[in-house]
Design a protein around this ligand. Structure first.
Ligand SMILES: Nc1ncnc2c1ncn2[C@@H]1O[C@H](COP(=O)(O)OP(=O)(O)OP(=O)(O)O)[C@@H](O)[C@H]1O
Length: 298
């Protein structure tokens, strides 16, 4: 078992109109966790707590073996953080920022920074205030990556990037993971990005963690089953049914607990299995959130 880069246990944070509710989350070293949630679900709050920028009201947080927020100074030496909160100096150039960060962090890798300048098509002599939004995001990612931190906390790193830039950034993140001692947690609205590069997935909704698991296991468990139910048969009781749509004769069943025995069960009960379709991460997220919201309205 790898060491844990992140360990949150029962972490809560209350704002006037929001509760981050007992979040428990472990992230083994060498993994990449995609953190998915709707607007206002609590992604940034969770990441800020991990960075020591927001103090939790209850629960414990350890990042790279350091208790947060008490030991944040030591922890931050090894965390690369990219978010909207991060302000670069508009009047200074990207080169100035690179020199500044290189002077603080001994592991700064200039050759890697230079390579990223090329790959991200950034000009070091350009002032930050002259950069487009997407260029600023890429600059912030470059500054975080070239420090070679053990943990990258990236809050919406691909938002606002064009498809080519997004692909470049995702490729760089995957390259980071070739070093098994480095770990990434990144939030995104873009489930395609998350599905592409994560090996673990967390879903958060209205301040609660509603799923945290291996991506392949999650994708394996969820299926849409299209059945034909003849008049002589009845719809069998299936495990993990989250939603039934379609008609009585042609139901479409969404299940979170699919296994091959489910198909045998349907056939044994006289129904015809027309198809068993895998679901995208986005479909799984939406079905998961909707079914929980029906059970527990706000
Ligand atoms: N400093 C604060 N004071 C009061 N409420 C806050 C504060 N910070 C966050 N919140 C509230 O906490 C909730 C969660 O916000 P958070 O930024 O964590 O969500 P998010 O999942 O990152 O959303 P988005 O995808 O829209 O960025 C929101 O309702 C927000 O208004």
């Amino acid at each position: 078992m790898n060491e844990l880069s992140v360990r949150m246990e029962g972490v809560s944070k209350r704002y006037a109109h929001f509760l981050l509710d007992h979040i428990s989350l472990e992230l083994p070293e060498g993994s990449i966790l995609g953190f998915i949630g709707a607007n206002g679900a609590g992604k940034s709050t969770t990441i800020r707590i991990l960075m020591g920028l927001v103090r939790q009201d209850g629960g414990s947080v350890e990042v790279l073996g350091h208790r947060m927020p008490a030991e944040q100074t030591a922890a931050k030496l090894d965390i690369g953080y990219v978010s909207e909160d991060m302000r670069l100096y508009g009047a200074a150039t990207l080169a100035w920022h690179m020199n500044f960060i290189a002077s603080i962090y001994p592991r700064w890798n200039q050759a890697y920074a230079d390579a990223l300048l090329g790959r991200f098509d950034l000009k070091p002599q350009q002032k930050i205030k002259g950069l487009s939004h997407g260029q600023r995001v890429k600059a912030a990612i470059l500054l975080a990556l070239a420090r070679e931190p053990r943990l990258l906390l990236l809050d919406e790193p691909t938002t606002g990037l064009d498809p080519v830039a997004r692909r470049e950034v995702l490729a760089e993140l995957m390259a980071v993971l070739t070093d098994e001692h480095r770990t990434i947690l990144f939030s995104s609205h873009n489930t395609l990005d998350v599905e592409q590069i994560s090996d673990r997935i967390a879903f958060i909704d209205r301040g609660r963690l509603i799923a945290l698991e291996d991506k392949e296991d999650l994708l394996d468990r969820w299926r849409r089953i299209r059945l034909l139910v003849p008049p002589s048969a009845v719809l069998p009781q299936l495990p993990g049914v989250v939603e039934i749509s379609g008609s009585e004769r042609l139901p479409v069943i969404t299940t979170s607990e699919f296994n091959p025995a489910v198909v045998s069960l349907c056939k044994d009960r006289g129904t015809t299995v027309q198809s068993v379709d895998p679901m995208t991460l986005e479909e799984i997220f939406v079905a998961n959130v909707q079914s929980r919201r029906e059970l527990q309205p706000a």
